[in-house]
Unconditional design. Sequence first.
Length: 261
Amino acid sequence: MNWDDQRVVLTGASSGIGRALALVLAERGARLVLVARRVQALAELGSAIEESGGHRPLVVPCDVSDLAQVGALHAEVEAQWGGADVLINNAGRGYYHSFADADVREYEAVVQTNLLGTIYCTRAFLPGMLAQGRGRLVFISSIAGEFPVPKHAVYSATKFALNGLAESLDYELAPQGIGVHLVGPGLVHTEFAERAGSKHLPVQKKFAKSAEEVAEAIADAVAAGKHKSVPDAAAHLLIKLRQHLPRLTRFAFKRVCRRFH
Ligand SMILES: NC(=O)c1ccc[n+]([C@@H]2O[C@H](COP(=O)([O-])OP(=O)(O)OC[C@H]3O[C@@H](n4cnc5c(N)ncnc54)[C@H](OP(=O)(O)O)[C@@H]3O)[C@@H](O)[C@H]2O)c1
């Protein structure tokens, strides 16, 4: 797939991976719908894209965890552009906390955003893609969707759920011309860790990649039609170790966790 002139709905575009991805895709000629809750950040990104010669993006403030707002987002995209070619479900949040005394409301917000928000957006845009006989669904999951992380239990659970959702949809939708792509980034330098409360972890500084690097890798992998990509060699290695040497990996990871968490 060539990104040129593709109508791309990108959630979580106001910062981090989403913002970097918007800039990369705009440079490759995509027409973007920028979605998030922070209007000002979206508007500034829209202007930056236009000033650098990209197509003028559609800016739609939307809380993806609210079904009515997602309905309004879909209606706006239909009205302005007649539909979408690619949906990138990137909006997400974490909540790094010991489970026993965690705020359950925070857990609800994580599930509402990461899982239900993704379901709402996908359900909204898929019928139009099916009607036009083509489309791509991209799910930004996480290494935590294959390698659970302590004190990120509910976040890990939502990302495991996204992996199942994406694989199931891939089987269901491939015969109808819809491509499904799952991305599992490792640690990335964004606002995510600060907002989730995990910024203090030493691994954050040591192993995190830049959002720009990850965005380029995602743009390439989706364009190449890969079903799954892990834009981080260390994360990829961890996933493989857990798959092939589960007992040894659990033993070693428990020791690492005692040190870092
Ligand atoms: N950073 C990492 O280490 C890492 C690693 C693996 C996977 N990921 C995943 O990558 C994705 C992007 O995260 P990031 O690292 O770029 O973090 P980030 O900078 O905090 O970006 C998160 C984005 O999601 C948006 N968002 C959050 N809740 C939303 C809601 N209810 N409705 C609409 N938009 C919402 C935020 O915008 P507003 O606040 O303006 O709404 C923001 O644009 C997430 O799904 C995350 O789980 C991150």
